[in-house]
Design a protein around this ligand. Structure first.
Ligand code: FAD
Length: 546
């Protein structure tokens, strides 16, 4: 049996390696257009920033090592330019000319290409993507020359990582994002924390703004933004997203949706004997059920392995799980992570959901180094099923999001989080971990013990309710919402008459810094008969809408 794999990086190489482990006799050929296989594209921004010093560290495997260890026939500089599915044959452009190669099973893992929006001047030699090792090497060589200013177009994961890498090299960097906040996959209540961190790193942020034109110049190009702002730069990095690199295969009849290859639960395409994995495919989102591309290394690797199973153990292979889109990125000293659906995805899917915000310490407050984990959870309004989670903080973020990714995959509800038996001693966690606390809050919301109001409803709340700020005198001296009544939460029980007088029959909407004291105040008010609610996440969440 001859298995031919197109694309020799994440999904493709996982598939080839697994196939060999399952079958010593199969002929396994990997065709890769570029000069390298199995390279660490996720490591490219860190190479650019100098944290990974050596280019060789990015090359996880070589064709020679793959031949020796796994008897794989890996052919670099082999570009697949046509597929004849009926004849089960590929046309390949090689350094020695065009070749034909037949297959019994074909696995497509061609990945994605950087999106190139129709911006006049984008063809300038100062504009570069960051997708491959040669891209990263070229950018690093340029940095060794005269690059004082850079503009990064796109503030997704790669754009943010690249902006930080450039800033680390002393380049004056501006990141431009069309959406109204950076890291668009992050909800606004988390994203403002990241924007502040970028500013702390000296990176200028231009959200809600797009490049309208790139004007070439002798010493620098000028990026002209939609609002007319002009940003001169010696280097412009294009990171506005990717599109599946599937034109050859779509032309050959592989069914695609908006360029992404449609696959079934085993990675099978519409053509017999042809499978596909990774960035080139569209997946059904595990939470919303909506088909979308998921350009992440973990799902590509795991799908590659399962496709090898389906080819060599038909009928026995496990299905490729629907992705949750779990992702993580370092931004300066912060870690930013997410899993499951965000607000935008839930809104598009029309799912009724509630959002919970908590900001507890990552470990015991009395142990040195305690810092807040800013954690938000989306839960199904009807029954508390976990739908998504996001977290930002200096420490402990990865652990919480990985636990929550596991919980979502397991189909847990928010109240189940109370019962998770998580490791605790003072340097590592709290006896009530951030995740347990989120579970307790969620259970209270579901059974009506707690009523929350959301920062996004601030305008309605200010128009129709009394805002009661229960922070301390010192805290409100730094600023408070206009027309809010201030009573520190420790004094509330003795000053309920003031609340009654100020509310004049309106509901009372309580707020504090993080949502803890307002929750306590809410319980006092609710038991005294008030229509009250506590601001989810407090000022830390409200900051996103102010
Ligand atoms: P790829 O790994 O892109 O491999 C596709 C290969 O196919 C390419 O080498 C291409 O040259 C080759 N190819 C395409 N067409 C042909 C053809 N016709 N003939 C022959 N060869 C062809 N993901 C994360 O989860 N975490 C991260 O931190 C992260 N960081 C990233 C940072 C950067 C800078 C980049 C670019 C990506 C990052 N990703 C990250 C995304 C991750 O790398 C991809 O999701 C993953 O590599 C997808 O695997 P794949 O096999 O689908 O495609």
């Amino acid at each position: 049996m001859r298995i031919v794999v197109v694309g020799g990086v994440a999904g493709g190489m996982s598939c080839a390696a697994r196939a060999r482990r399952l079958d010593e006799r199969a002929e396994i050929v990997v065709l890769e257009r570029g000069p390298y296989v199995s390279y660490a594209n996720c490591g490219l921004p860190y190479y650019l920033g100098g944290e990974i010093a050596d280019q060789d560290a990015l090359l996880v495997q070589t064709p020679e090592r793959l031949k020796a260890a796994l008897n794989l026939d890996v052919r670099t500089a082999h570009d697949v330019i046509d597929l004849n599915a009926e004849a089960r044959e590929l046309t390949v452009r090689t350094p020695a000319g065009e070749e034909r190669l037949s297959y019994d099973a074909l696995v497509l893992s061609p990945g994605a290409q950087p999106l190139t929006p129709p911006i006049p001047g984008l063809g300038s030699s100062r504009v570069h993507p960051l997708r491959t090792v040669p891209d990263a090497v070229a950018l690093r060589e340029l940095l060794e020359g005269n690059v004082r200013r850079a503009v990064v177009l796109g503030a997704g994961f790669i754009g943010i990582e690249t902006a930080e890498a450039l800033a680390r090299q002393g380049v004056e960097t501006t990141v431009v994002e069309r959406a109204d906040h950076i890291l668009p996959s992050l909800d606004p209540e988390q994203a403002w924390l990241v924007a502040e961190e970028l500013l702390r790193l000296g990176i200028a942020v231009r959200a809600d703004s797009a490049a309208a034109e790139i004007v070439p110049g002798a010493d620098a190009d000028t990026v002209v933004l939609s609002d007319g702002t002009r940003l001169p730069a010696e280097m412009i990095v294009l990171a506005v997203g990717v599109r599946p690199d599937t034109a050859v295969f779509e032309r050959a009849g592989v069914a695609c949706e908006r360029g992404g290859i449609v696959v079934d639960e085993h990675g099978r395409t519409s053509l017999p004997g042809v499978w596909a994995v990774g960035d080139a495919t569209v997946s059904t989102d595990a939470v919303t059920g909506i088909r979308r591309p998921v350009a992440l290394a973990g799902p590509a690797n795991r799908a590659g392995r399962l496709v090898a199973d389906d080819i060599l153990r038909p009928g026995m292979a496990r299905a490729i799980p629907q992705p949750l889109g779990t992702a993580i990125v370092r931004v300066g000293e912060l870690t930013v992570a997410m899993t499951g659906a965000n607000r935008a995805a839930l809104d598009v899917a029309g799912l009724e959901y509630r959002t919970l915000h908590v900001h507890p310490n990552q470990h015991a407050g009395y142990f040195p180094g305690a810092t807040q984990v800013h954690l938000s959870l989306h839960i199904r309004a009807a029954d508390g099923l976990l739908l998504g989670a996001q977290a930002v903080g200096l420490d402990g973020v990865d652990k919480r999001i990985d636990v929550l990714a596991t919980a979502i995959r397991a189909g847990l509800g928010v109240a189940d989080l109370i019962d998770l038996d998580l490791a605790y001693s003072p340097p590592y966690g709290q006896a009530k971990d951030a995740i347990n606390l989120a579970g307790m809050l969620g259970a209270n919301v579901l059974d009506g013990t707690m009523t929350l109001w959301d920062a996004h409803d601030l305008d309605i709340v200010q128009a129709q309710a009394l805002v009661l700020d229960v922070r301390t005198d010192a805290e409100v001296a730094m600023g408070m919402l206009p027309d809010a009544l201030h009573i520190p939460h420790t004094e509330l029980r003795g000053r309920l008459d003031e609340v009654r007088a100020a509310a004049k029959g309106r509901p009372v909407r309580v707020m504090c810094a993080s949502g803890v004291r307002s929750a306590m105040a809410h319980r006092v008010l609710a038991q005294a008969g008030y229509d009250s609610a506590s601001l989810s996440g407090g000022m830390l969440t409200l900051r996103a809408v102010l």
